[in-house]
Write a protein that binds this ligand. Structure first.
Ligand SMILES: Nc1nc(=O)c2c([nH]1)NC[C@@H]1CN(c3ccc(C(=O)N[C@@H](CCC(=O)O)C(=O)O)cc3)CN21
Ligand SMILES: CC(C)C(=O)C(=O)O
Ligand SMILES: [Mg+2]
Length: 273
């Protein structure tokens, strides 16, 4: 089929995701490459090309060092694997917090160069103006409130939110401002369980929780965490596989076979006599 012909598989759209408020919970995972996106596409409504890619794939200590170029490269890879899922690309630290015009140029570049349908920004009162600016100009925006990993240097670490009344009010205000600005969905990360329920009831957009209780309108996890790729993960992660052990055992078996010359066998070589 020519690349000018629309795909026969219908992709989810931002309005369809918005309409899922209060319905069947939205299923979402992160994805950073094409083969993983292809596998996850059958099961997920939303695939997020998260800036967590910097930590999960590139070994950075946090997400501050993630660049537009990294997000574009991984966004392109995910779009080659995903067919049906709605693909969102995280805007990296430094690409959207200043003038809305600059945020628009960067967001437009992410959509044009990857083919993804939407961007995500870590949001609050300041960024709300930018969410409205982008949405009014044709770019669907997902918000992200509560534990905002890009605020790691202000917060002094990755800290769950909602312990004090002041902090609860601050997160609730982030949610209200993000919602009023026109976000089509809002990620709530690392907040007190009852606060996530309060926020979900207070906003029109569907909420997607990560460490934020089952009261949200959907859930997201970092795919490598739920596959058991790391020996440590945040308390909100449930492991559905043990990839770290599987990969280590496979590598150990391969090493043993290479050293014993058991691998490669004749059927694994060419023109063996
Ligand atoms: N692999 C991975 N998974 C993630 O969920 C994730 C990333 N990377 N990178 C970007 C952010 C950072 N995230 C994190 C990282 C650490 C904690 C953490 O240490 N949480 C503590 C409690 C924190 C506190 O309240 O003090 C925990 O025990 O879960 C939470 C979220 C979530 N995101
Ligand atoms: C965990 C999700 C929400 C995220 O922002 C990321 O993966 O970067
Ligand atoms: Mg992120």
């Amino acid at each position: 089929m020519s690349s000018h012909t629309p795909s026969p598989v219908k992709r989810l759209t931002a309005p369809e995701i918005y309409a899922r408020k209060g319905g069947t919970p939205l299923v979402s995972l992160t994805a950073y490459d094409a083969p993983m996106a292809e596998i996850l596409d059958d099961h997920c409504d939303i695939l997020l090309v998260g800036d967590s890619v910097g930590m999960v794939v590139h070994g950075l200590p946090n997400t501050i060092g993630v660049t537009m170029e990294m997000m574009i490269l991984h966004g392109q890879a995910v779009m080659r694997g995903a067919r049906r899922a709605f693909v969102v690309v995280d805007m990296p630290f430094g690409s959207y917090e200043g003038e809305p015009e600059v945020a628009f140029a960067n967001a437009a570049r992410l959509l044009k160069e990857t083919g993804a349908q939407a961007v995500k920004v870590e949001s609050g009162p300041t960024v709300a103006r930018t969410i409205a600016y982008l949405t009014q100009r044709g770019i669907p925006v997902m918000g992200h409130i509560g534990l905002r990993p890009q605020a790691v240097n202000v917060d002094g670490g990755f800290r769950a939110k909602g312990r004090t009344p002041e902090e609860r009010e601050k997160v609730l205000q982030e949610a209200r401002d993000t919602d009023a600005a026109g976000a089509f969905a809002i990620v709530i990360e690392g907040v007190a369980a009852d606060l996530a329920g309060e926020i979900t009831a207070a906003v029109k957009a569907p909420t997607i929780g990560i460490g934020a209780s089952a009261a949200c309108d959907g859930q997201i996890l970092v795919v490598d965490d739920m596959l058991g790729q790391f020996d440590w993960s945040p308390k909100f992660v449930r492991r559905y596989a043990a990839l770290r052990e599987t990969i280590s055992e496979a590598a150990a078996a391969y090493a043993k076979d290479v050293k014993s010359r058991d691998f490669p066998a004749p059927q694994e070589t060419y023109f063996a006599k």
